[in-house]
Design a binder for this molecule. Structure first.
Ligand code: GTP
Ligand code: MG
Length: 203
């Protein structure tokens, strides 16, 4: 898929105020600093469309971007950032959970996992939450450039093995690097295919 346009639409903390357009939507979620905003920029071929930072906790709201005038991409705040206050964390959790439960246009969620890390409870629990709410998701391994290829393969195989202890089938997964562009074409082709598949539901 060719990206002809990518525009920021709005930021908000309340899913009821999100854009009303009936077009397919894809959300990016994962731990703080895993590379959600960077991946969005890489996919869109834009440096600063989504705001990124070396410090965790950069994205704090639900951010809608409209792509090619016919689908949305959503950058979400990360979970699992230890330094935010408990009160703020509860508010975060509440609006993120609400987003996932209420957003009818959402057709697929990308759960980002840092390729270097072994499976973490918070990510596995989040996938469980998506499963319980019948929200389709894919796994996206990020920062692949930070590992050599044999270590990378090993990490991914062991991650999948862990998933198979609680899931019957594995979700679609992607291996990406926002630094090198690894995974870009495959990722965009996947979205194009889903857009075609769901087109009838959006007429
Ligand atoms: P929050 O908004 O805080 O939840 O973080 P985020 O998940 O949006 O992460 P962000 O895209 O802001 O990236 C965090 C840091 O990781 C930044 O310093 C990025 O430059 C770096 N980073 C992201 N993706 C990659 C990657 O693929 N390779 C490398 N080497 N660094 C990356
Ligand atoms: Mg971010």
């Amino acid at each position: 898929m060719k990206i002809k346009s990518a525009e920021f639409v709005m930021s908000n903390s309340n899913v009821t105020k999100a854009p009303k357009d009936r077009i397919p939507e894809y959300a990016f979620i994962g731990r703080s600093n895993v590379g959600k905003s960077s991946l969005i920029n890489m996919l869109m071929g834009r440096k600063d469309l989504a705001k990124t930072s070396g410090k965790p906790g950069k994205t704090q709201l639900i951010n809608h971007f409209k792509i090619n005038d016919n689908w949305f991409l959503v950058d979400l705040p990360g979970y699992g950032y230890a330094k935010i206050s408990k009160k703020k964390r509860t508010i975060f959790q509440y609006f993120i959970e609400n987003y996932f439960k209420e957003r009818q246009q959402l057709v697929c969620t990308f759960v980002l996992i840092d390729s270097r890390h072994d499976p973490q409870k918070i990510d596995l629990e989040f996938m469980q939450f998506l499963g319980e709410n019948q929200i389709p998701f894919c796994i996206v391994f990020t920062k692949a450039d930070k590992l050599g290829s044999s270590k990378l393969n090993k990490q991914i195989i062991s991650y999948k093995k862990k998933l198979l202890t609680s899931w019957e089938t594995l979700p679609t997964s992607f291996i990406t690097s926002s630094s090198t562009g690894l995974g870009k074409d495959e990722f965009l082709e996947f979205i194009a295919t889903v857009n075609d598949d769901v087109a009838d539901n959006f007429n």
